[in-house]
Design a protein around this ligand. Structure first.
Ligand code: HRO
Length: 309
């Protein structure tokens, strides 16, 4: 049973890796993912300068997932640039998440990464919901088109984007039309957390996290149907791009479902935060068991083959 996959020409021994933001802010964390059974790794979204992020508590686990308003805490792009400069690319693919506070910052950081002339894979984050005063690009189609036009003009290497969840068919269609304009935009990571949810503790009658009156991005079991809808819809609307699934993965079954909906690889956030890097070993085993039960030899046997009625 072969669970390997490729993103562009880069092979992954497993289709499962971390979601940006989880187990990836420190080089020690990136190394933990690299030494795990994950098939790749992605770094914490970086900004031009280091950021402390939002006041704590800013993450909370909940009965069916998590809520977070981290506020883009990271060491600044040079820290991740150094990691990418010394990384052994023969091991597993390295994705670099970029989340500049302005288009100029994004262009500056992307240029620095492409000048390394290393096979790193930039994932431009269009969907951070937690920086007060910074509306996310993914929900402003004109601004997103402007940014991607400038990024595509500046980038000689292939890149991807981290997308927010969309909920309206016309939004899927408008977003896909924009993405399809850009040939070197090669992968779409769907989805980021569902922005600005609110989780309340009944006993204390209090929110769980400090920033933004308790509002934060929702992840975990709550978001699986939305994640699958975004994966499958962009899989159908953007046939020249690969889809990386993210959202609601806690067991091999959801890995299987994301791939069935069209994902070439999948990322895990909430469940990884709660369980640790042993998660990848478990997910790989559970995916193999499902494939064996169904008689599938490789991921291509079922990728994108979701049946409709
Ligand atoms: O608050 C964060 O750092 C954060 N949190 C998220 O759930 N998604 C993001 O893209 C980011 Cl950048």
């Amino acid at each position: 049973t072969d669970i390997s996959t490729h993103i562009l020409d880069q092979r992954m021994r497993s289709p499962v890796y971390n979601a940006s933001g989880v187990m990836c802010r420190e080089t020690t964390e990136l190394e933990a993912v690299r030494h795990s059974d994950a098939g790749a790794l992605v770094s914490k979204s970086c900004t031009l300068e280091a950021r402390d992020g939002n006041p704590e508590p800013r993450y909370a686990a909940t009965p069916f997932g998590s809520i977070n308003s981290m506020g883009l805490p990271n060491h600044g792009y040079r820290y991740y640039l150094d990691y990418a400069a010394h990384y052994d690319y023969t091991d597993k693919p390295l994705f670099i998440s970029i989340s500049g506070l302005s288009l100029a910052d994004n262009l500056h950081m992307l240029d620095a990464f492409q000048r390394l002339k290393r096979p790193l894979l930039p994932e431009v984050n269009l969907s951070c919901p937690n920086v007060p005063g910074k509306p996310q690009l993914g929900y402003s189609f004109d601004d997103m088109a402007t940014a991607l036009t400038a990024i595509h003009a500046a980038m000689d290497i292939p890149f991807g984007v981290k997308l927010p969840p969309y909920f309206d068919i016309s939004h899927f269609e408008m977003a896909a039309e924009i993405f399809n304009r850009f040939e070197r935009l090669k992968f779409l990571t769907c989805i980021n957390s569902i922005g600005n949810g609110l989780v309340v503790d009944t006993d204390s009658e209090t929110v769980l996290i400090k920033p933004k009156n308790g509002l934060g991005g929702i992840g975990g079991d709550y978001v699986l149907p939305t994640a699958l809808a975004n994966v499958n819809t962009f899989y159908r609307l953007c046939p020249d791009k690969q889809i990386i699934g993210c959202g609601g993965i806690g067991a091999g079954e959801q890995v299987f479902q994301h791939i069935l909906c069209g994902a070439s690889a999948v990322q895990v956030g909430t469940r990884l935060w709660e369980e640790g890097a042993g998660l990848f070993t478990r997910l790989n085993q559970e995916l193999v068991a499902i494939m064996q039960r169904k008689g599938y030899q490789c991921l291509a046997d079922f990728r994108g083959k979701l049946c409709t009625l």
